[in-house]
Design a protein around this ligand. Structure first.
Ligand SMILES: O=C(O)COP(=O)(O)O
Ligand SMILES: [Mg+2]
Length: 234
């Protein structure tokens, strides 16, 4: 019997790998200040983030009761990207225990990938500034494919690029798009409660929730993969 291929753990970025909130809020506020709008707060961010910069700006304008004309959006996205890129890595940091968890999984022969709705260039730039790029076999963003999370093709495309096997893949994330993309692709999901979900992550019905990366072990991943194989076999 040929051995099973190495498992692949696919991470969401904002609110899962990295605590990006301070820089997102700062760059978003810099962007909407051009329209004379009041700044948003971290609490607002949980409702605004999730579908990339463009949607975040649209949602922030709606929150401030500002009707945004479609023609105004590209310049605002550009303003956001310029500010965010210039400040990277800013206050952004990996969540506690992440690097040790990735080292542990890599030593067990695992592949790792990133599937984020952040623009691919921003995700790559940020991970590069934090010296984390080399951990990943693939990094895909909200503009890498014609579709993005929760469309399953964002996740299946990431798995393909990472040289992984969808039947040996687990998705880990902080919000509804991550748990939904996993479900839509038939992959087990792990939720983390420390990111930007506007509802408790348990209500998203992930296969499991971990509260710290110390809990992310090869035993946990193998258990989830066995569980989902058993579900398929039923
Ligand atoms: O930047 C966003 O809006 C979402 O990013 P995420 O998919 O990494 O959470
Ligand atoms: Mg996220």
């Amino acid at each position: 019997m040929t051995p099973a291929p190495a498992p692949l753990v696919v991470f969401d970025l904002d609110g899962t790998l990295l605590d990006t909130h301070a820089d997102l809020v700062e760059s978003l506020n810099h962007t909407i200040a051009a329209l004379g709008l009041e700044p948003v707060s971290y609490d607002d961010l949980t409702h605004l983030v999730g579908q990339g910069a463009r949607v975040m700006i649209e949602r922030a304008c709606r929150l401030r009761g500002h009707p945004l004309e479609a023609e105004a959006l590209p310049a605002l996205v550009e303003r956001f990207v310029a500010h965010y890129s210039a400040g990277m890595p800013g206050h952004t940091q990996p969540y506690p225990g992440l690097v040790a968890a990735m080292d542990r999984l890599k030593s067990a022969g695992y592949r790792l990938a990133v599937c984020t709705n952040k623009m691919e260039s921003l995700a790559l730039g940020l991970l590069d500034k934090l010296d984390l790029v080399n951990y990943f076999d693939a990094i895909t963003g909200g503009d890498t494919f014609p579709v993005r999370k929760p469309d399953p093709r964002h996740l299946t495309g990431t798995v393909e690029r990472a040289g992984g096997d969808i039947a040996r893949t687990v998705m880990i994330g902080d919000s509804i798009n991550d748990i939904a993309v996993a479900r839509n692709a038939g992959v087990p999901s792990i939720a983390v409660p420390f990111g930007y979900s506007d509802v408790p992550v348990s209500s998203l019905d992930p296969d499991i929730t971990i509260t710290h990366f110390d809990e992310l072990t090869s035993e946990l991943v193998e258990g989830l993969l066995k569980g989902s194989a058993a579900k398929v076999a039923v």
